[in-house]
Design a protein around this ligand. Structure first.
Ligand code: SAM
Length: 221
């Protein structure tokens, strides 16, 4: 349950020196200016973070994962990569938390430039839709922590969930869809279906995927 993991009371209390020791050699340097910009929500085994790490070596990123053992695995995986590739993989980390409750504890208004929701749990039953990580209510929160121009990436192999995520984003006043040209030009698009463990599984089984990628826009005046 929630009592088993610590939750920072505000984004300023997140100890960056624990996550990114090379960027923050001591805990009193939290104000050096650099902040987490990408968040992988329900990161699972961390494949996306690892791919993004070398693609955006100057960007700090974090995975948020509810399962304790999986989080520990990702931590070990990142530490091992840091050892075998000196100077690399210093910009990625993972935290065990419930993203549906604690996003505002980790990120300030407008802090993030990308959020990822790759192959989230489908929660098929109507009464469980409130447990989906994309919902009208949670999109308000994501709009708050994303900067204007920031991007939400979603992908699933469950058509019904794909339709649901797209509809939630389409109907939200603070998001607009990227055009096909923008999607083609974005180096991250390719990674959505290929970088994560779940994506690779779906690909091996020849499954279809459903993607929705939206930009945080400024509120209409
Ligand atoms: N994104 C990864 C991938 O594509 O391989 C993992 C996909 S897996 C089907 C969904 C993950 O979301 C699981 O690892 C699960 O533990 C995590 N998860 C579910 N609810 C969560 C929550 N409220 N907060 C954080 N993680 C959550």
């Amino acid at each position: 349950s929630d009592s088993h993991f610590p939750v920072p009371i505000s984004p300023g209390q997140v100890d960056y020196s624990l996550h990114y020791p090379q960027h923050f050699p001591s805990s009193d340097q939290v104000d050096s200016g650099k902040k987490i910009q990408f968040a992988d929500i329900g990161c699972g085994f961390g494949g996306l973070l690892i791919s993004l790490s070398t693609l955006f070596p100057e960007t700090l990123m974090i995975g948020m994962e509810l399962r304790d053992k999986v989080t520990e695995y990702v931590k070990e995986r990142i530490l091992a990569l840091r050892v075998t590739n000196p100077g690399q993989y210093q910009n990625i980390s993972v935290v065990r938390t419930n993203s549906m409750k604690y996003i505002p504890n980790y990120f300030e208004k407008g802090q993030l430039s990308k959020m990822f929701f790759l192959f989230p749990d489908p929660h098929f039953k109507e009464k469980n839709h409130r447990r989906r990580v994309i919902s009208p209510f949670l999109l308000d929160e994501y709009a708050y922590v994303l900067e204007v121009g920031g991007i939400i990436y979603t992908i699933t192999d469950v058509e019904e969930l794909g339709d649901w995520m797209k509809a939630c984003l389409e109907n939200h006043p603070m998001f607009e869809a990227l055009t096909d040209e923008e999607l083609k030009a974005d180096p991250v698009t390719k990674l959505l279906s290929s970088a994560t463990e779940e994506g690779q599984k779906v690909d091996r089984n020849g499954g279809q995927t459903f993607r929705a990628v939206y930009r945080r826009i400024a509120p209409a005046l």
